[in-house]
Structure formats: structure tokens, C-alpha cells
Ligand binder design. Sequence first.
Ligand SMILES: Nc1ncnc2c1ncn2[C@@H]1O[C@H](COP(=O)(O)OP(=O)(O)OP(=O)(O)O)[C@@H](O)[C@H]1O
Ligand SMILES: Nc1nc2c(c(=O)[nH]1)N=C(CO)CN2
Length: 172
Amino acid sequence: MLGTIAYLGLGSNEGDRLRALRLALDRLVAKGVELEAVSTVYETEPQGEVRDQPDFLNACAHVRYSGDAESLLDLCKQVERELGRNPSGRRHGPRPVDVDLLVFGDLVYRSERLVLPHPEIRSRRFVLEPLLELEPTLTLPDDGTPLRQHLSAVREQRVVSLGPLLQRDGSR
Ligand SMILES: Nc1ncnc2c1ncn2[C@@H]1O[C@H](COP(=O)(O)OP(=O)(O)OP(=O)(O)O)[C@@H](O)[C@H]1O
Ligand SMILES: Nc1nc2c(c(=O)[nH]1)N=C(CO)CN2
């Protein structure tokens, strides 16, 4: 099969959060990203620099993509803009949708605008839980340790699985 396996992290905490996550996946598929699997959706407490903001919905997607990592990041950023994200919004602040490139094959990479694997994967339960749901034995290409080892350190971060984001056949 052609293309590179990648994992995307999706989040939303403004407006119709569920609709935003589904629309983001639709838009990515329309731009040539092949959807292999999608995690359940989690309601999660805000992490990072801004704690006083509404809870997020988060999910992860296992995708296949035939271009390079920088161009997949371009697509993620395009989709964020198309769904109303203000590119100069506050770091870690509220947003209608956020699409992060978590892992791109076994690539370990750093440019001015892209770091792979995403540096915050290990410290964010809202990423670890849906990612491990998709791939329970996943290891990151930079340190090779099983990702599930990092769960115990983030147990205090509140996340609740709400069920499937998409139906089994990909419809809503
Ligand atoms: N793996 C990656 N996935 C997505 N963005 C990345 C990645 N590595 C670096 N970046 C850069 O991070 C910048 C800020 O991303 P974003 O606006 O999503 O920040 P944030 O969601 O507020 O915080 P965080 O980056 O901690 O998730 C982006 O413009 C992008 O160039
Ligand atoms: N629970 C949760 N917290 C966050 C999130 C997110 O998607 N979910 N995204 C952030 C910026 O990337 C900052 N904090």
C-alpha cells in the first residue's frame, strides 16, 4: 500500500465541538488524506497554559498520506482555518478546532514549524488515551519506549470517553 501511516490529534472547545471534529475529518479526506481508523471521542479538562476555559472534545485519527510531513501539516492548518480558527488566537486558548500532526511514520524531524513526533504526546492524557486506543502497542520513533508507559504519570488529568466519533461505516 502506498503512503505513510500517520496519527493526527483533534481537539475542539468552542461552538458545536462534535460537529467540528467530524467536519475536520471530512475536510482532511477531501484533501487526499485516507482515514484508516478514528478513536472514540473524549471530553477532557483543559491542559497547558490556559486552564480557565471550556472542556475540550478530543479524538485521534489513524491516517495514510501520500505526500510528505510538511504538506500534511499544511493540510491540517488549512482545515483549522476553514473551520474558523483564528491563526493569531492565544497559545493553548479556546479554539473551534485544532489538528496536530502527532506521528508521521518513523520520522524524527524538526523544522521551524514542525516537530515530530509531537513533543507533547507523552504529557497529555487527552492524546495518549485515544492514540493507545487506536494502537495499544505504539512506540514513538524518537525514544522507542512503549507509549502506554507514560499513562501512569498523567492519570490525574480528567478525560471521559463519550463513545464513537464516527459510525463503523464512517458515516455519522
Ligand atoms: N507536530 C506538530 N503538529 C502541529 N503543529 C506543530 C507541530 N510541530 C510544530 N508545530 C507548530 O506549532 C505551532 C502552534 O500550534 P498550535 O497553534 O496548534 O498551538 P497550540 O495548539 O496552542 O499549542 P500546542 O502546539 O502545544 O498544541 C504551529 O503553527 C506549528 O507550526
Ligand atoms: N484538554 C485539552 N487541553 C488542551 C488542548 C486540547 O486539545 N485538549 N489543546 C491545547 C492546545 O493545543 C491546550 N490544552
